[in-house]
Every structure is written in C-alpha cells, then in structure tokens.
Write a protein that binds this ligand. Structure first.
Ligand code: HEC
Ligand code: HEC
Length: 330
C-alpha cells in the first residue's frame, strides 16, 4: 500500500471514530438529560388564603361588613399583585405581556424554553392549580406532577406567601388569552450542558423543599432587609452572591452579568445606580447591554423606596474579589 493510501485510510478511520465517539457522547448526554428531567421531587404542601384577608383591627375600625371586607381584600391583593409582577417578579418577561405565553430562550443549539399560558383562556395551564401547586412551580421549580421545570424559580425563593397569593389574585384577574404553548425542548447543546451539569435546574439549586416560607414580606421601607428581599430576583443572572459571571443556561450571545458588590460598582452613588436601572446607562455614558435591558422596563415601575432599599442592600455586601469573567468589557 502506498503511503498516500495509508494516509487517506487513517484519515477516514479517524473521522469515523470521531463521528462514532461524538454520536456516543451525544447519546449519553441525551439520555442523561432526559433522565434528569424525568425525576420526581418531593416538596412540602403549603396552604394560604387567596386573597389575604384584611387586618381584623381595620375591619372593626371602619365598621365593614363581611362582604365589604372581602371585596376590599380582593381589590388590594390585585393591586399589590399587579405591582409585584410589573415591577419585580417579571412573570411577563417569559410568559408574555398578556400572560398568554412567551419565550424564555429560543436559540437553536440550546433549545426552545417557552413560558406557558398563565391566563384562564384556552391553553392556560393554571386553572385547577391548588395553592400547593402554585408554591411548587413558583418557589421550588417543580411542576404539579413532581417533575422539575426549566423556569428559574430560585429568583422567587424569597417570595412570601402573601406576595404569591397577591400574584395569583392578579393573574386570575387578567383577560383570558386563548393560546396553546408547545412544551419546552432542550436542543443538542442544551442537553450536553445539562448532562455536564452546566445548566442546573432550579429544583436542584434550591436546597430545601420543605423549609417554611415567610408569611409576609419585610416592611416596605428603605432598609437592608427589604433590599435583600428585592434582590432575590437579581440572583438568577448575577449569581447567589451577586458577584456576576456567565449566566448559566442563558442565550450563548448574552454578555456575563456584572459584579453588583461595591468592588463591581466602584465610585457609584445612588444617582448612578438609579440611572443604570432606569436608562441602562453607566456613569461614563456607556450602554448596559442585553439581557440587563430586559430588566429596565420592570425597574421603571419600582417605587423610590424599593430602588433605594435595593441600593442600600448592594452597598452593604462584602466586596467580591475580581472574578474571572465577572466584569463587563464595555
Ligand atoms: C425567566 C423566565 C421565566 C420567568 C421570569 C417566569 N417563568 Fe414561569 N415558566 C418559565 C418556563 C420556561 C416555563 C416552562 C417550564 C418547563 O416546561 O419546564 C414556566 C412554567 C410556569 C408555569 C407552568 C408549570 C406547568 O408546567 O404546569 C407556571 C404556573 C409559571 N411558570 C408561573 C410563573 C409565575 C407566576 C411567574 C412570576 C412570578 C413566572 N412563572 C416567571 C419561565 C419563566
Ligand atoms: C436576565 C439577567 C439579569 C437580571 C435578572 C438582572 N441583571 Fe443586572 N445585568 C445583567 C447583565 C448581563 C449585565 C451586564 C451588562 C453589560 O455588561 O453590558 C448587568 C448589569 C447590571 C448593572 C450595571 C453594572 C455594570 O457596570 O455593568 C447593574 C447596576 C445591574 N445589572 C443591576 C441589577 C439588579 C439590581 C438586578 C435585580 C433587580 C439585576 N441587575 C437583574 C443581567 C441581569
């Protein structure tokens, strides 16, 4: 055999081996990802009123009848719920502006992760949900049937019972939308990332599924405690310690999240922070990029007290050491 033919043959054999190994690897990743999504999680069974009733002292003081007190409780819960989803918990970001279904990630090799219809219209998944089912999906990342969801529920871990109750009241009040949303699907890269543990499901990230949730949120005042409560929704992208870095499971084109501790925002004051949140602009005038820009429309609905509490909390954090990839390059 000539040297050339041996060379050609080795190249063919090598290519074949690579394809087989690649195929085998992908098959393994696929099976591992399917197995991961087919697991069943045990969570506690919580119950709370929908809506939360008025304070009995107020009912007595105002001399309200039961019917008046109930109607007022419902109205207040709906208004609180509207503010919660419009300024803070951002369900519309993935479930659509009309809550009739939306997109979390639609990027081919990662997959199509779609937010189902949350209204009472056709294709809505929540009619028939018990209070425990709402708790499972929103604060544990677990579907009513016990299987893990791809929704980043760790963002909602600090949500109190009253807040969740308010959100349920609000969602039940929005106009029904008829829209069937197809099930979420992981693409080949999504499966490989999941098999390699680079996409971590919320149900795994949330370490306890039986710890009681607070009944009420901290008082809405400019305090570190309230700020910490509000910052729960920043951790899905900025990390549990808010030190920034690559956004796991996000669209591959997204830039890493910034370090939000004092080391990441050196020299910033409250006005700089406010401008960044409302106008997506840094003190030096540079633009803050996607996906932080998804947060801006919600931040614009925050109250001044919420914005100041958030800043007070960020300023109270220990400065993070400069982490690899945790800073933007404008
Ligand atoms: C970052 C995107 C994102 C946000 C924000 C988000 N969701 Fe979801 N949600 C999803 C995705 C994606 C699914 C589908 C999960 C799956 O198929 O594994 C989902 C599923 C659901 C389901 C249906 C679970 C089922 O299969 O029965 C409910 C209910 C739900 N979300 C409620 C909410 C509420 C309430 C909020 C706001 C507090 C919210 N979501 C915020 C992405 C999101
Ligand atoms: C969907 C993901 C996501 C969420 C949720 C999110 N951020 Fe960001 N944020 C980012 C990314 C990515 C950057 C970096 C953008 C860039 O480099 O242009 C960023 C940048 C910022 C910056 C500018 C810092 C700088 O110098 O670049 C601030 C301030 C900030 N985020 C605050 C917050 C706060 C507060 C919250 C919660 C209320 C939050 N973010 C929630 C993704 C997110």
């Amino acid at each position: 055999m000539s040297a050339r033919r041996i060379l050609v043959r080795s190249v063919v054999v090598l290519a074949l081996a690579l394809v087989l190994a690649g195929g085998g690897f992908f098959l393994w990743a696929s099976v591992a990802a399917d197995r991961s999504m087919a697991r069943s999680f045990d969570t506690h069974e919580v119950d709370f009123p929908i809506p939360f009733p008025l304070d009995p002292a107020e009912v007595a003081r105002e001399g309200l009848t039961d019917a008046e007190a109930e109607a007022m409780a419902l109205e207040r819960a709906r208004e609180r719920g509207r503010h919660l989803v419009e300024a803070r918990y951002a369900c519309a970001e993935c479930h659509g502006a009309d809550y009739g279904g939306g997109v979390m990630v639609d990027a081919f090799p990662i997959g199509r992760l779609l937010g189902p219809n949350l209204t009472r219209g056709q294709g809505g998944v929540t009619p028939g949900y018990s209070v425990a089912d709402w708790d499972r999906i929103v604060r544990h990342g677990v579907r009513p049937d016990g299987r893990p969801a791809v929704m980043p529920s760790e963002d909602f871990l600090r949500m109190s019972d009253q807040e969740l109750s308010d959100i349920i009241v609000y969602l039940e009040s929005v106009p029904p939308v008829d829209h069937e949303v197809p099930p979420s699907r992981l693409g080949p890269l999504g499966r490989i990332l999941m098999a390699r543990g680079e996409i971590v499901l919320s149900a795994d990230l949330i370490s306890t599924h039986d710890e009681p949730h607070p009944a009420l949120p901290p008082p809405a005042e400019v305090s570190v405690e309230f700020g910490r409560h509000l910052a729960g929704v920043c951790s899905g992208c900025h990390g549990m310690e808010l030190t920034g870095g690559r956004i796991a499971g996000g669209d591959p084109s997204w830039v890493p999240a910034a370090d939000l501790t004092p080391s990441g925002l050196p020299g910033w004051d409250y006005a700089d922070f406010r401008l960044a949140m409302l106008e997506s602009r840094r003190p030096d005038g540079s633009e803050i990029r996607e996906p932080m820009t998804f947060v801006t429309p919600f931040a614009r609905n925050m109250t001044e007290v919420e914005m100041q509490a958030l800043w007070m909390y960020l300023q109270s954090l220990p400065a993070a050491p400069e982490l690899e990839g945790s800073r933007r390059s404008p």
